[in-house]
Write a new protein. Structure first.
Ligand code: NAP
Length: 326
């Protein structure tokens, strides 16, 4: 669906009392769009928007994103109030810095509740509306740490990698309904993300990881000097949504994000080159006829295009065994 041009668009954004979510809501309201904004505290959201922002087209929604019924009610409330739903932004998220063995089951569930279960609740509630109107745009705010993982960030990366997987699959599923999907991958942005408001730490820190404690201190010390400007980042997200369906799935924000992503791609390319001979060793000799035709993701479509200078150049007549699992 192309972005509405004959009326204000209706945006549903999660996590709006701070950072990118707050900036998105402020810019959209200033541009005359309608904004349903979820937050854990409407009071904090309204205070953060301040008196300079016209909030007549704002619907603040105090919602626990982990509560499916509450999320469904919030999406329906937004649809009823504004008569439509055009753009859904899953933005809420927080950082966690600690070693794998330091994260308790509670820490793990809390992160996945926000980054995965909460997003899934929003998607389940919104998709039936978007499908019925045959159009809309879903924006899932991931991170460059959804593409590449670094020590100390395992739990955060686990959440964002999961978000990337579900989003990539989703994009392939909903394209036929005219629904566009974008995965936003920021680098460091100057929001509250690296403050004590947003950066969670393990309650059971272990002495064996002094370098992670130093890393935590240096990250807290980064506050105010991150490369990314949240106003510019939000403007880029809005521009991408208005551009429509021709854009790629991923939107990297920040030159730091771009450099990290490029390093990951280089590493993957090396791995592919090194395993080109050995990977087929596990194949059955016979060729499997392939799965029934279903929605095809952009990755699958790209995988079938011979990459110049890489691989055998094309798939055999049928698809290889194991393709079903990809
Ligand atoms: N800033 C960065 O360096 C950076 C880099 C890569 C990716 N990101 C991603 O960008 C998104 C926005 O983050 P930000 O940089 O704007 O950080 P932020 O300033 O800390 O804002 C995060 C927002 O997420 C919501 N949130 C935080 N913890 C939550 C929880 N436990 N349950 C529900 N909502 C929660 C908050 O909403 P309420 O308080 O209103 O409920 C808050 O407005 C996140 O998904 C983050 O992972 C940020």
């Amino acid at each position: 669906m192309s972005h509405p041009i004959d009326r204000p668009a209706v945006w549903f954004i999660t996590g709006t009392s701070r950072g990118l979510g707050l900036e998105l809501a402020s810019q959209l309201l200033a541009q005359g769009e309608k904004v349903a904004a979820t937050t854990r505290s409407s009071e904090r959201l309204l205070a953060a928007l301040g008196s300079g922002v016209d909030t007549s087209a704002l619907l603040p929604l105090q919602v626990d994103l982990r509560d499916e019924a509450a999320v469904t009610a919030a999406v329906e409330q937004a649809h009823t109030r504004f008569g439509s739903l055009d753009v859904v932004v899953n933005n809420a998220g927080y950082a966690f810095l600690g070693a794998v063995e330091e994260a308790s089951p509670t820490d793990v569930r809390a992160m996945l509740d926000v980054q995965v279960v909460g997003v899934w609740n929003v998607l389940r509630a919104a998709l039936s509306l978007l499908r019925a109107q045959r159009g809309g745009h879903i924006v899932n705010v991931s991170s460059v740490l959804g593409l590449t993982a670094v020590p100390g960030w395992a739990l955060y990366c686990a959440g964002k990698f999961a978000l990337e997987g579900l989003t990539e699959a989703l994009a392939g599923e909903v394209a036929e309904f005219g629904i566009d999907v974008t995965l936003v991958e920021p680098g460091y942005f100057r929001t509250s993300f690296l403050t004590e408001d947003s950066l969670a730490l393990p309650s059971g820190a272990i002495d064996a990881y002094p370098s992670l404690r130093e890393m935590t201190q240096s990250h807290l010390g980064l506050q105010g000097s991150q490369l990314g400007d949240p106003a510019r980042g939000s403007a880029q997200i809005i521009a991408r949504v208005r551009d429509g369906v021709t854009a790629p799935l991923r939107q990297l924000l920040g030159s730091d994000a771009h450099a990290f992503a490029a390093a990951k791609v280089d590493l993957l390319r090396d791995t592919l080159d090194q395993s080109r001979q050995s990977a087929p060793a596990t194949d059955f000799a016979t060729v499997w006829p392939g799965p029934a035709q279903g929605p095809r993701s952009r990755t699958q479509a790209a995988a079938r295009r011979p990459a110049a200078g890489h691989g055998s150049g094309s798939w055999p007549t049928g698809e290889r065994a194991g393709d079903q699992a990809r």
